[in-house]
Design a binder for this molecule. Structure first.
Ligand code: SF4
Ligand code: SF4
Length: 390
């Protein structure tokens, strides 16, 4: 339940688009480029192959790596959303290897009351483990023009045809652990990232199967098939931040996203605004604290760094080449731009009060920033604390 109510607005992700929004080919996404782009080819070796050497320092030891590896296990072995999905828990079809349905095939619920259907679907999404759930009409501009699948033989371009009948995107948010993110850029932060990727596959796969059991179609997706952040904005889960991430009222940028595309008749949520865009203009903490200076200072613009940015989007574009280069040097991923964000706070009424004030009284933003700094929020926690929590 939200303890303060963000404003409902008419425009979702379209508010950031200038002119048309040219389609985005998934092979240009930063994690795919090292597989085909000579410009960043060395990152394939450095990030994907060499980075797994333990170091003799807190947060980078073998046991830290082992927890990251285990946290990713469900995604890596049964989801593979980062590799392109379409298999395992992200399978686009009903069939499992062993066909043992608990619901008769060919039946369909009476979906005459989309509001009731939406309520039931959201209840089930939360029951399965989603932290947040929203519904948007599927804006086809956010579908990848082509998919790029990572296979044991290398990268492979694939068609990404989603029939028009998939009119809705159910967007699922998964909150990362506050204390683990506070250890960024060491492995405990990567562990909570990996754990949410595993939860994404688990919940999206199960929710798709629930929808199929109701007699409708469903495509569960992780990072594959469509850009998650604009879909999440359309589904009323948050706003875009300077750090290039979705900022949610509940967890700030400390969330991972999955989605289920479906023809189940649903009632879309309205997009929201709660002062993030205005706050980011004055804050800039993520840009200051980014170890690779990948986040823009100054005003938002449509200027891009490279082909991994979407064109005609008015925002603070991230230099994902520099970011991934830092990850390779660091030996694990980084969440500093999540850790330092003032919207990343543990739950509590004081924080909700502050968020409500940020939404209504933007003139006080500099004061909030000063108080945040004085209270020491966003600082880095000793990675050893991860092992001491019970
Ligand atoms: S993940 Fe780290 S390196 Fe990348 S943009 Fe965020 S703070 Fe910068
Ligand atoms: S750290 Fe500040 S500028 Fe960056 S996303 Fe968060 S609020 Fe916006």
């Amino acid at each position: 339940m939200r303890l303060f109510k963000p404003r409902k607005v008419d425009e979702g992700a379209a508010r950031y688009v200038r002119g048309d929004a040219p389609p985005f080919d998934q092979k240009n996404e930063m994690f795919k480029r090292p597989f085909w782009d000579p410009e960043v080819r060395d990152l394939f070796q450095r990030f994907y192959k060499d980075k797994v050497s333990p170091k003799d320092k807190p947060g980078y030891r073998l046991k830290d790596q082992a927890v990251v590896n285990a946290a990713w296990h469900l995604e890596s072995h049964f989801g593979c959303g980062v590799c392109g999905g379409r298999t395992g828990l992200y399978d686009w079809t009903w069939n499992g290897r062993f066909d043992f349905p608990r619901v008769p095939r060919g039946l369909k619920i009476d979906a005459d009351d989309p509001a009731a259907v939406t309520r039931d679907m959201k209840r089930v999404a939360r029951f399965f483990g989603a932290s947040l759930v929203g519904v948007g009409r599927l804006d086809r501009r956010w579908l990848y023009s082509k998919a790029y699948l990572l296979t044991p033989e290398g990268g492979k371009v694939a068609e990404n045809e989603i029939p028009e009948e998939y009119a809705y995107a159910v967007v699922l948010g998964f909150a990362m652990d506050y204390g683990a993110v506070a250890c960024s850029p060491a492995h405990p932060a990567s562990a909570t990232v990996g754990l949410q990727y595993s939860r994404m596959a688990f919940v999206a796969g199960l929710l798709a199967q629930f929808i199929r059991g109701l007699g409708f179609k469903a495509i569960p997706c992780g990072n594959d098939t469509a850009c998650s952040i604009p879909l999440a904005i359309d589904a009323g889960l948050g706003e875009l931040g300077r750090n290039g991430l979705l900022i949610t009222p509940e967890y700030g940028p400390r969330v991972r996203l999955a989605k289920v595309l479906t023809d189940l008749p649903l009632v879309p949520d309205r997009p929201i605004a709660f002062g993030v865009w205005e706050f980011c203009q004055q804050c800039g903490l993520c840009a200051k604290q980014c170890p690779s200076q990948s986040i823009m200072h100054g005003e938002p613009s449509t200027e891009t760094h490279n082909i991994s940015n979407r064109r005609n989007v008015h925002a603070w574009h991230i230099n994902a080449e520099n970011c991934l280069d830092f990850w390779a040097r660091n030996g694990t991923d980084c969440s500093n731009c999540i850790r330092v964000c003032p919207f990343n706070k543990p739950a509590g009424w004081i924080h909700n009060l502050a968020k409500a004030a940020i939404m209504r009284l933007p003139a006080l933003n500099p004061a909030f920033l000063r108080i945040d700094g004085l209270l020491g929020y966003g600082g880095r926690r000793d990675p050893e604390t991860f092992w001491k929590e019970t």
